[in-house]
Write a protein that binds this ligand. Structure first.
Ligand code: SAM
Length: 296
């Protein structure tokens, strides 16, 4: 079976039709796979976690550059295929595993260091995958991932744009994001409808404020509640978030008044919408909400 080039014919020979529901768009060009692997800036001592091995198009150049690759693949047919053919390099360990159910403590132990993750990611899991990385941010070194362009654009979006939202703000609180490479649909089989972009998410580089300097779980809830209805004001979305329901003992007016006080004490107008706030303002909100919640 050829890994690059005539992917379609080879898949047919192996009775491995690409599964749309698993986002199977395989890279078909070796030079492109090399270029994507290079975005990882892999050192020869690195242990790399690759999510979604597929036919191994990206695994091969990663394994050439790294000490070891731990490859995760959800599709049992593809896992069986590699086990039978023994076509992956000796330094690749293949695990039949859903990344969304993976035990990050176990991956951390296997990596013997903070995680370095590479993936050509299915569109359907990009958001939950990104939130999984954010959840496990303290175990992360970097992730170099290929995403649909519209998802990648959200990660580097600026306040005031329609791409700016929950993943942008949460990721910005714990990582820096570089957009590195754009790939056309012709680089894949089957061809997706739109361009893909490789981004590198660096969890180890200092962001504006260390996530440990404020209540991160509360910050996360505030960001999610603020964007829950983009057209509504902060006062309405954050009141609906129910942060002060307990203090107000069921009095809706009082809950709204406390929410207004908390927003204003962060020196933010309650009539603003979430999409215009930058990271620092969300952090200020989480500090003032925290102060009011603990004072009452
Ligand atoms: N890396 C290969 C390449 O670049 O040609 C395949 C990329 S293909 C876009 C995505 C791969 O991820 C598929 O092989 C698919 O079966 C696998 N996959 C989909 N969902 C997954 C999940 N939740 N956990 C692990 N692998 C997954």
């Amino acid at each position: 079976m050829t890994r690059y080039g005539n992917t379609k014919k080879s898949l047919r020979e192996e009775s491995l039709a690409p599964k749309k529901q698993l986002g199977q768009n395989f890279l078909v060009n070796k030079a492109t796979a090399n270029a994507v692997a290079n975005c990882g800036r892999i050192a020869k001592d690195d242990i790399i976690i690759e999510v979604g091995v597929g036919l191994g198009a990206l695994t091969q150049p990663i394994a050439e550059q790294a000490k070891e690759v731990i490859g995760l693949e959800i599709d049992s047919g593809l896992v069986r295929f590699h086990l039978e053919k023994k076509d992956l390099q000796d330094n690749v360990t293949l695990l039949h595993q859903d990344i969304l159910k993976a035990d990050f403590d176990d991956l951390y132990l296997r990596s013997q260091a903070k995680l370095k993750i590479m993936a050509n990611l299915p569109y359907s899991i990009s958001n939950p995958f990104l939130f999984t990385l954010i959840e496990n941010r303290k175990k992360m070194d970097w992730a170099t991932i290929m995403l649909q362009k519209e998802v990648a654009d959200r990660l580097t979006a600026k306040p005031g744009t329609k791409q700016y939202g929950i993943p942008t703000v949460l990721l910005k609180s714990c990582a820096t994001v570089e957009s590195l490479l754009t790939l056309k649909p012709a680089e894949f089989h089957p061809r997706p409808k739109i361009d893909s972009v490789v981004v590198r998410i660096n969890f180890n580089e200092p962001t504006t404020q260390a996530p440990d300097s404020y209540d991160w779980p509360l910050f996360q809830k505030i960001v999610r509640a603020s964007f829950s209805q983009r057209r509504k004001t902060l006062l309405n979305t954050l009141t609906a978030g129910g942060f002060f329901n307990e203090q107000a003992a069921g009095d809706k007016k009082m809950a709204k008044q406390l929410t207004k006080e908390a927003i204003n004490s962060a020196e933010i107008a309650e009539s603003l919408r979430a999409e215009v706030l930058d990271l620092e303002q969300f952090i200020d909100l989480s500090r003032s909400f925290s102060a009011l919640l603990t004072s009452s």
